[in-house]
Design a binder for this molecule. Sequence first.
Ligand code: PMP
Length: 408
Amino acid sequence: MSPAAHARDVDLAQRVARLGTETVFAVSAEAAALAVQGKTIYPFHLGDLDLPTPENIVEASLAAIRDGKTTYCPNAGIPELRDALAADIGRARGLEYTRENVSVQPGGKPVIGKFLLALMDPGDEVLYPNPGFPIYSSLIEFLGGVAVPYGFREGAERFDLDLEAIERRITPRTRLLILNDLHNPTAAECSAEELERLAELALEHDLFVLSDEAYFDVRFQGASRSIAALPGMAERTVILYTFSKKYAMTGWRLGAAIGPKPVVDVITTLNVNMESCTSHFTQYGGVAALTGDQAAARAMMATLKGRRDAALAALNATPGVHCLTPETTFYVYPNVTGAVKLTGCDGHESFRKLVLERTGVSFCTRLHFGPALEGEDQYYLRLAYSGVSTAQIQEGLGKLKALIESYT
Ligand code: PMP
């Protein structure tokens, strides 16, 4: 019998049937298969960066390795990094945190599961964004909760949070709210009023909030806001922080949970149970990132802004496509309803495949971020421009434009 046949006989835990994944990896595999056949691929599908980690961060970690920081370290992270995170995150949000509020993590992603393990009982309802990072609903359901989606509405200038849906879906079983302001995939950002209304709802219904702030520092102008800074919210909010995006450190796996001490202490006990500690020497890189020269991070944002502008110019010149201008994240989320209709495609997936096969432009669609909600009748793509050069953006999206024009 082959190993695969053996695998089918395994009596897996029932909860495994509820475990989701990130389907973007399937898009990657499809694009890679076409590349092997010699096709030029324009990789807009994966939210990873093709830019190097700043040199001072690399040097600090290498020095730490040479200095013997290759042992276990405290479960909550090294004190220097916890202090630096408390100071940086507090300063940027107008809040006071100390190291007691910080638990260092191997990336931002682990904060999601640990937050749920600390605060969600089986049967509890959790509000989460859809479209949204697919790990929220995967882990809510996997851990026995009930995932309750809320969406966004496209306006003339911005995506609005569907606050009515959020209010309507709060029940006596609703315990938690997951908010990803500066949002993947739409790049939407809450207005001050939206944040205030969410905070009111959280206080009124005694909800605890996971504020996924993965893109808090990835912005081209203006200043980010955190729901944690609103009155009464710091004591009921856990912030997901990551070094991945701001410092081009996705593969380092370095992030943190920041929040009220009783919850952060549980998260640290989960660290003990799951990985003991985050890689010791990478944490020195984190200290250098936060306390060192920010010139490289600024230069990275300038590069990303050039790419955003190139992507917006090409998309908004394409028939049947329009795209709002986001000031944050490295995603654009164009509405392609007209283009889908022009090509005669019957939905997101057939349009994605047509474009990939004909032009090599590879991207995710709305459906990679959750099933469409009732009443949705528009088609959207998510293009990540973090891993494609401006020249590639112009070339690839030029091909997309020519393809759609051939149908007009
Ligand atoms: N939250 C959001 C919204 C994300 O897009 C990502 C990464 N794509 C993460 C969390 C996790 O990032 P990481 O684990 O690399 O910190």
